[in-house]
Ligand binder design. Structure first.
Ligand SMILES: [Zn+2]
Ligand SMILES: [Zn+2]
Length: 142
């Protein structure tokens, strides 16, 4: 493994760890928010603490997603990975993505992978390489 590739992997591992931490924050927010809904339905509490709890959990939920998404970047070219649709295949790193039609999903000519996105814009494939600059980010893919 080359020195540069190793540095990329290490740099991205740090980013991924932070990304997962923020994911946990939003998960915690979601859990608290659901707890608030149950509490609200069962006891209809009217104290300020209850409003604060709802606000706090909502902030954690949304903030965790937004901040996590913002820091989930390629360590080399700083492109945000969530919305990046570059020329490199995120699965094999080949510069071989087809761009036949704007309405059809990109497909990789090297590994045959079709890059599909879910109806909420989420990726339905693994990200091993940055699709913008093609640098290696992760061994197994995230
Ligand atoms: Zn590929
Ligand atoms: Zn990149």
């Amino acid at each position: 493994m080359s020195q540069e590739r190793q540095e990329n992997l290490a740099a991205f591992a740090v980013i991924e760890k932070r990304f997962r931490r923020w994911g946990l924050v939003s998960l915690f927010g979601l859990a608290t928010f659901i707890l608030c809904l149950i509490l609200g339905a069962a006891f209809s509490p009217k104290g300020a603490w209850f409003v604060l709890m709802i606000l706090g959990s909502w902030l954690a939920l949304v903030g965790g997603i937004v901040v996590g998404d913002r820091m989930f970047r390629c360590p080399t070219c700083r492109t945000r990975l969530a919305g990046s649709k570059g020329d490199y295949c995120p699965e094999c790193g080949a510069h071989a993505l087809s761009r036949e039609h704007w309405w059809s999903p990109h497909a990789c000519a090297a590994c045959g992978r079709v890059l599909r996105y879910g109806n909420k814009g989420g990726r339905l494939f693994k990200q091993r390489y940055c699709s913008h600059c093609g640098c290696h980010l992760h061994e197994q893919g995230v």
